[in-house]
Design a protein around this ligand. Structure first.
Ligand SMILES: CCC/C=C/C(=O)SCCNC(=O)CCNC(=O)[C@H](O)C(C)(C)COP(=O)([O-])OP(=O)([O-])OC[C@H]1O[C@@H](n2cnc3c(N)ncnc32)[C@H](O)[C@@H]1OP(=O)([O-])[O-]
Length: 296
């Protein structure tokens, strides 16, 4: 049902934007976003090892659209229901990009209702991933800004391709928007308060070596070895007594998860009020134009 709604929303995209009061966004930008119905997530599950590799394959940059998020959640639910599945490796099938973060077109020129539905799906993905009992490893084989970084931060371990052309971080302030408290909390839990304060205020994107230095990623490997290294790490994590590891993970993450769970509606309302402001819409438009110019 949610998936159908997402596809309907996508089909209506160009109409919505052309009617928008914010709408100086060029039609060429919109026309290049195809309404693809091909799967955005490919899951390869090996029953003998109990490990699933979840490959993001939503061209061009694996941006987290409503339909993408819905597919992620459905895939996770299916894997969670399979008692034999013990670990998930998340990686990208797109060249050079792990994920470009939240799909900006889901937040630009959209109705408050749509923004609310979108934000609920972002929350849902985070709750499922951060709260998963399984061992989760991010095999980061490309750039991973904002929501892409968040997705990797939900994992137990992050391995990144040692390629200085790639970067990772929560760069929301660079777009004129603010990372919500649970993005911030996830980052604090990983790199500590001071690193998070600097990273978030300045919207820093880190090269792999810098990311390793502050603990934003756990390991760097040559680009062609990211998945192999993730598989090797998974074997080590799965050798730990499962029950003890799961309880420990839950103990570490529960307070952060509960904070969002008990404030979900207020958080959605905050997001909708914020993102639909004229000034924020203007920032998003300018950022998208900047992305376009960078490409030209
Ligand atoms: C409170 C809210 C919290 C928010 C959290 C977020 O995650 S906010 C998100 C913050 N995210 C960011 O700040 C990341 C912004 N993106 C980037 O920095 C780069 O795209 C890249 C480094 C990921 C890949 O570089 P690259 O040279 O390989 O690729 P390229 O740059 O040539 O892009 C190819 C096409 O994809 C398009 N597009 C790209 N991203 C998005 C997006 N998020 N959405 C939609 N579309 C996006 C881009 O316009 C272009 O479209 P065209 O012209 O083909 O129609």
């Amino acid at each position: 049902m949610a998936l159908r709604t997402a596809f309907r929303g996508r089909a209506a995209l160009s109409g919505l934007l052309s009617c928008s009061s914010h709408g100086r966004l060029s039609l060429s930008f919109i026309s290049q976003r195809k309404n693809s119905t091909s799967p955005k997530i490919k899951v390869d599950y090996d029953q003998t090892t109990g490990v699933a590799v979840m490959r993001m394959q939503s061209p061009p940059v694996n941006s987290l659209s409503l339909d993408f998020l819905t597919e992620v959640c459905i895939s996770l639910e299916k894997l969670e229901m399979d008692k034999g599945c013990r670990g998930i490796i998340i990686t990208s099938n797109q060249p050079k990009v792990f994920s470009a973060g939240l799909d900006i077109l889901e937040m630009y020129g959209k109705s408050p209702e749509h923004c609310g539905e979108f934000w609920k799906a972002v929350q849902e993905m985070w709750l499922k991933l951060y709260g998963s009992n399984m061992v989760t490893i991010a095999a980061i084989n490309g750039s991973s800004p904002a929501g892409g970084c968040l997705m990797s931060l939900t994992c137990d371990y992050r391995i990144m391709a040692d390629n200085p052309r790639y970067s990772i971080g929560l760069n929301e302030t660079q777009l004129g928007i603010v990372a919500p408290f649970w993005f911030k909390d996830t980052m604090v839990n990983t790199v500590g308060h001071r690193n998070t304060e600097m990273a978030l205020e300045l919207g820093l994107l880190y090269k792999p070596a810098e990311a390793l230095k502050i603990g934003l990623v756990d390991q760097l490997v040559p680009e062609d070895q990211v998945l192999t290294a993730a598989t090797q790490t998974m074997t080590k994590w799965l050798a730990i007594p499962e029950h003890a590891r799961q309880i420990t993970k839950s103990m570490m993450r529960k307070p952060t998860i509960e904070k969002l769970r008990s404030n979900r509606e207020a958080d959605i309302q905050n997001f909708v009020n914020f993102i639909t402001k004229e000034s924020i819409q203007k920032s998003l438009r300018m950022y998208m134009e900047m992305l376009k110019q960078k490409k030209a």
